[in-house]
Design a binder for this molecule. Structure first.
Ligand code: RTP
Ligand code: MG
Length: 140
């Protein structure tokens, strides 16, 4: 499997509880490298645009409100099979269904406040990385 990049977001429940270092330790423990990272307060328009694929889902409004309820840390992860590797360490969307040792099993508060986002395909990863980062900000 080739070297890939994926977009990760540490969500407002994680920044609020001061968990960014602990989550980054899990990410780095898998061998993935954090090659770009910034802490941001998303605007409503940015959160709506980022999650546009979910705009017809019943939870869209709550998801957007949650994602702007505090700062997030957006990051680019790089490594072998990065998209799937990050999805594996995140765990299931609902922390009740997440395997032990995953980020969501250890840290998530609920199905919504589930601590992390990760791109779900290589194609979405490329688009999501472009949404937040210029190439000059990504440094392996
Ligand atoms: P993500 O996109 O954040 O990496 O999470 P995911 O693929 O595991 O889950 P997805 O189905 O894409 O949902 C996006 C985010 O919406 C919130 N959600 N709330 N209240 C609900 O039933 C519900 N379902 C999903 C979660 O924050 C989820 O991560
Ligand atoms: Mg998703």
């Amino acid at each position: 499997m080739a070297i890939q990049r994926t977009l990760s977001i540490l969500k407002p429940d994680a920044t609020r509880r001061n968990l960014t270092g602990k989550i980054n330790a899990v990410i780095e423990g898998t061998g993935l490298k954090i090659v770009a990272q910034k802490r941001m307060q998303l605007t409503q328009a940015q959160a709506e645009a980022f999650y546009a694929v979910h705009k017809e889902r019943p939870f869209f409004g709550e998801l957007v409100s949650f994602m702007i309820s505090g700062p997030v840390v957006v990051q680019v992860l790089e490594g072998e099979d990065a998209v799937q590797k990050n999805r594996d360490i995140m765990g299931a969307t609902n922390p009740k269904d997440a395997a032990p040792h995953t980020v969501r099993a250890q840290f998530a508060e609920s199905i919504e406040a589930n601590s992390v986002h990760g791109s779900d395909s290589a194609e979405n990863a490329a688009n999501e990385i472009k949404f937040f980062f210029a190439e000059i900000e990504i440094n392996a």
